[in-house]
Design a protein around this ligand. Structure first.
Ligand SMILES: Nc1nc2c(ncn2[C@@H]2O[C@H](COP(=O)(O)OP(=O)(O)O)[C@@H](O)[C@H]2O)c(=O)[nH]1
Ligand SMILES: [Mg+2]
Length: 304
């Protein structure tokens, strides 16, 4: 029997072999970027591929957006302001788009940072706002009102969204350390996930942040991430709770106190980013094909 005051045994937290194989280091990071360089925008009419980031307040959404930028730029950036004061209350109150500065990738990508979801229904981001943003109805800079989702009367309502205003992928961000605390927010997220799947069929991934705080093994060495029982359990819990398959769940350590980038952290961050970028581009391609088929059908003379 363990003593209540004893520290958790780090050894028992470690699996014998990693359950996901990852190559680490600079070569892997470079090859991920090289792979992304090959992705072609599926239509010339697209100015940018837009994706939405949602999750509870303080889960690391803004930090994840910055971390992706850091990985590409090889330095610490802070375009999306992260909240170092008090996690759990929404800091991001404005709908903000952030261009990922990917260097010379052919596909320009934007992350749209939503206000955090909060447990009480009249606080935090209103789910209806997420659905409006998916359709491209919400203009950049819109101030969220948790009690009143955006409507066509609002000056920030974009009545005629084009292809680049719409959204093609969703990233759910959850903090490993606080996952269970946010159970009500998870229920909200599950409902959102179901509606997003049914209505738009958008690809959706989960990014699990704060893995360093959740597991001492990972805190010491990020390469131990797929050897950590704790992280695997957290990932399985999120996958089951939200109904997103494990292959779309990515644990990352966000940049939060570092003053330089780290190739191993970048590998995890870029794997998540590459996945959602590819899935979102595939999704857009299918949508355009379906639309073209629809147009052809409509143009065909009706048989008598
Ligand atoms: N240790 C650690 N802290 C993190 C991580 N990601 C974010 N944070 C910190 O968590 C707090 C909330 O992050 P933020 O990005 O503002 O969350 P948001 O409200 O979802 O946008 C900030 O103090 C971040 O520095 C992480 O992976 N590890
Ligand atoms: Mg934020």
């Amino acid at each position: 029997m363990g003593n209540w005051s004893s520290k958790p045994d780090v050894k028992t937290q470690e699996l014998e072999t990693p359950w996901r194989t990852v190559t680490w280091g600079k070569a892997k990071k470079d090859s991920l970027i090289e792979d992304m360089r090959k992705i072609q925008p599926c239509t010339k009419n697209l100015k940018c591929l837009r994706m939405i980031v949602v999750g509870p307040a303080g889960s690391g959404k803004s930090s994840f957006i910055n971390s992706v930028n850091n990985a590409f730029q090889g330095r610490i950036t802070s375009n999306a302001l992260s909240d170092a004061i008090e996690s759990g209350k929404s800091f991001t109150k404005k709908y903000c788009e952030f261009e990922i500065k990917t260097g010379n990738l052919k596909l320009s990508t934007f992350f749209n940072d939503m206000m955090g979801l909060e447990i009480e229904s009249n606080k935090g981001c209103h789910p209806e706002d997420i659905f409006k943003a998916i359709n491209g109805f919400m203009k950049n800079g819109h101030m969220f009102n948790p009690e009143k989702p955006i409507s066509p009367e609002d000056p920030d309502y974009n009545k005629n969204p084009d292809l680049s205003d719409e959204t093609y992928g969703m990233v759910y961000v959850l903090a490993a350390e606080r996952i269970k605390l946010a159970e009500d927010a998870i229920l909200k997220l599950r409902n959102i996930r179901e509606k997003v799947s049914m209505t738009w069929g958008l690809p959706q991934i989960i990014v699990i942040t704060n893995v360093d705080q959740a597991c001492p093994l990972v805190q010491k060495n990020v390469q131990k991430i797929y050897l950590s029982k704790k992280i695997r359990e957290k990932m399985e819990w999120c996958s089951g709770s939200l109904g997103v398959p494990m292959c779309h769940v990515f644990p990352v350590k966000n940049y939060h106190e570092e003053i330089e980038t780290n190739d191993d952290m970048d590998v995890l961050i870029l794997q998540a980013f590459k996945q959602i970028m590819e899935l979102a581009n595939d999704h857009l391609e299918i949508r355009i094909k379906n639309k073209d088929n629809q147009n052809v059908k409509e143009k065909q003379p009706k048989s008598k």
